[in-house]
Ligand binder design. Structure first.
Ligand SMILES: Nc1ncnc2c1ncn2[C@@H]1O[C@H](COP(=O)(O)OP(=O)(O)O)[C@@H](O)[C@H]1O
Ligand SMILES: [Mg+2]
Length: 310
């Protein structure tokens, strides 16, 4: 056995893929990797998706999740993508609630001992102005660790009297800071395309993810938004955008789903469908460990599509 074969075998024995790769996986596991049948097509695709998500970027990458309609699964999508990028890459990921008003990322993510948000971070930005002295650990006073999901959440202002809008320059200051400490920055957005911080996020993003549920109004809003970005002269829009379509219930209108896939395929570089998941319905803290196997698998595909575009 050559040194390379040895390393390949070691890598194979660390395979953490679903225990459902049929007889091949069983033989590999039971023989402790001594007998390693060739991977089936599903397993090959799974490994390729993981590798894509794990790829080294030559700088920090920002992905903004957008749709001007509420309930389009933007916040849910940011958390599912945070979980996927975080666990597959092993950290280096932040999910930032850039809502122009009070967003829900903070209450859907795992809580922390502090209640600090973007607002408090902005008030304390000076603490990070010396690039030689400031440390990622200092950000722990503002972000909320998602534990085993291996990513952090930076919530939006949670005070009931919130009035101040986030200015474009505030967005840029926080974004520059996050770029210093994270490799993947997932930006949740609100429902007002004219808000300064919405526009700043769309401008700063390396990739846009249009989220929609399989509903006519939500699907239409996403298309209307793409038209508006196109009219505003946004460059390379199709090349810079992917679509994630979520099922809003256990049964979906398959004709509508097909129509949405078709139209978004024309407008964006790829369309990924993610299932309805009872673990996500309550709209409370996302129980990452209770997400269904299919939810994880489809988000893996979606995030691989995102990584491929970066
Ligand atoms: N895949 C899904 N399965 C089940 N429920 C979902 C799913 N995606 C989203 N939801 C539900 O839809 C609600 C609205 O989604 P949310 O992500 O808050 O939308 P937005 O951020 O676009 O306003 C969530 O509270 C959640 O209960
Ligand atoms: Mg939201």
């Amino acid at each position: 056995m050559t040194a390379t074969d040895f390393l390949d075998r070691r890598a194979g024995s660390q395979d953490k893929g679903p225990a459902t790769w049929g007889w091949r996986g069983a033989v590999r596991r039971l023989s402790g990797g001594m007998i390693s049948p060739r991977m089936g097509p599903a397993e090959v695709a799974y490994e390729q998706d993981r590798s894509l998500i794990q790829k080294d970027f030559d700088g920090p990458r920002t992905i903004a999740f957008i749709n001007p309609k509420g309930g389009a699964a933007k916040t849910t999508g940011v958390l599912a993508a945070g979980y996927t990028f975080g666990t597959v890459r092993g950290g280096g990921v932040v999910a930032w609630d850039n809502n122009e008003t009070r967003g829900t990322l903070g209450i859907r993510g795992t809580r922390s001992t502090h209640r600090n948000t973007t607002r408090e971070l902005l008030e304390d930005l000076e603490r990070f102005s010396d690039v030689y002295q400031s440390r990622i650990g200092d950000l722990g006073a503002f972000v909320r660790s998602q534990g085993d999901a291996h990513f952090d959440v930076l919530a939006s202002d949670e005070r009931p009297d919130v009035t101040g809008m986030i200015k474009a320059q505030d967005f840029d200051a926080v974004h520059r800071l996050l770029e210093r400490f994270y490799r993947v920055i997932l930006v949740d957005t609100g429902n007002n395309m004219r808000a300064e911080n919405w526009l700043a996020a769309a401008e700063a993003a390396d990739l846009l993810v249009v989220t929609s549920t399989v509903r006519e109004d939500t699907g239409y809003s996403g298309l209307w938004m793409l038209d508006a970005l196109q009219d505003a002269g946004y460059q390379n829009l199709k090349y810079k955008t992917v679509t994630v379509l979520s099922d809003p219930s256990a049964q979906v209108d398959t004709r509508l789903a097909d129509d949405l896939v078709d139209v978004y395929q024309q407008r964006t570089r790829g369309v990924y469908r993610v299932p309805y998941d009872p673990a996500l319905v309550a709209g409370s803290v996302v129980p990452y460990s209770q997400l269904s196997g299919n939810t994880r698998m489809q988000w893996l595909k979606a995030c691989a599509g995102m990584a491929a575009a970066l």
